[in-house]
Design a protein around this ligand. Structure first.
Ligand code: G
Ligand code: G
Ligand code: MN
Ligand code: NA
Length: 256
């Protein structure tokens, strides 16, 4: 309850900030997009990880206001990077609850309004969803995701391979990118079984015309392994940790 009250206050005061982690094109080595990773800075408790507060935000409904804040803040930052000539894309994590209509405003309307407000073309925005979210409210979710997709905003399936969903979701939902969960990447070079799983996921993705992102790439060996398999994009500490907005701009300028 106490953390919930703190979170409520934090949402009122916008005591949050966003870190951005580069996503790299494995064939060119250049940055194509960034994932927005939300952080909460509490005056007493310090920085709190989303793993701790997102579940509370979901239960209490605070996620609606928080999700809007993330979207607007991140699009505002993106508009600045674009002005500097860095035409990268932005990936935003979305919770299941955000896909349900609130006060007569659908999620796709929220996205489309914000895109217009910040002058960003839809192709520069992606949303990341998880398998669990698809299962929780299949019908509502499917409708929302179809609207989002027809806006021109691509949908990424996050943490792929760790959830409980079946491959049927890949058929039924408008997903264009799979993010292979970092747990597979972590063990791919230690275990043959995990290496084969990663291979199988990449081959499956390719044959379904999906793009693939590997998460949690921490070493040159992992990069080489994934590149050989034809993985499209990579994200991880080997290329860059999540950076502040300013830090990302310096990163972009340094790679020019
Ligand atoms: O950065 P890491 O600790 O940064 O993120 C932990 C988890 O929190 C990840 O599963 C990530 O998807 C989730 N997360 C990060 N930012 C957001 C956000 O803005 N909204 C939602 N719903 N989840 C987020
Ligand atoms: O669940 P999701 O994929 O949205 O969250 C990404 C999470 O992975 C964030 O917590 C982010 O900080 C973390 N992360 C990003 N790169 C690496 C990495 O190379 N290694 C590890 N262990 N975690 C990473
Ligand atoms: Mn994610
Ligand atoms: Na993930």
């Amino acid at each position: 309850i106490k953390l919930e009250q703190r979170l409520r206050k934090a949402v009122l005061h916008s005591d949050f900030y966003i870190n951005y982690q580069p996503i790299i094109d494995m064939s060119t080595g250049s940055i194509t997009s960034v994932e927005a990773l939300l952080r909460w800075r509490d005056p007493e408790l310090g920085v709190i990880s989303p793993d701790k507060f997102i579940p509370i935000a979901e239960e209490t409904g605070l996620i609606d206001a928080l999700g809007k804040w993330v979207l607007e803040q991140a699009l505002c930052d993106l508009a600045r990077w674009h002005k500097h000539g860095h035409k990268i894309s932005l990936a935003i994590n979305v919770s299941g609850r955000q896909c349900i209509n609130h006060q007569g405003e659908s999620f796709s309307q929220i996205l489309s309004k914000a895109l217009i407000q910040y002058g960003i073309a839809p192709r520069y925005l992606h949303i990341e969803i998880t398998e669990t979210m698809l299962i929780d409210d299949e019908v509502q979710c499917l409708q929302t995701l179809e609207e989002v997709s027809s806006l021109g905003v691509d949908i990424y399936l996050d943490d792929f391979g760790t959830g409980y969903s079946s491959l049927a979701y890949l058929k039924g939902f408008p997903i264009s990118v799979l993010k292979i969960d970092k747990s597979f990447i972590e063990s791919a070079l230690e275990s043959n079984k995990d290496a084969n799983l990663v291979k199988a996921i990449i081959i499956m993705g390719q044959s379904l015309q999906l793009k693939l992102v590997s998460e949690g790439v921490e070493t040159q060996q992992q990069w080489d392994f994934l590149q050989k398999l034809g993985c499209d994009y990579a994200q991880g500490y080997f290329m860059s940790r999540p950076l502040s907005g300013k830090g990302l701009l310096s990163y972009l300028e340094s790679k020019k």
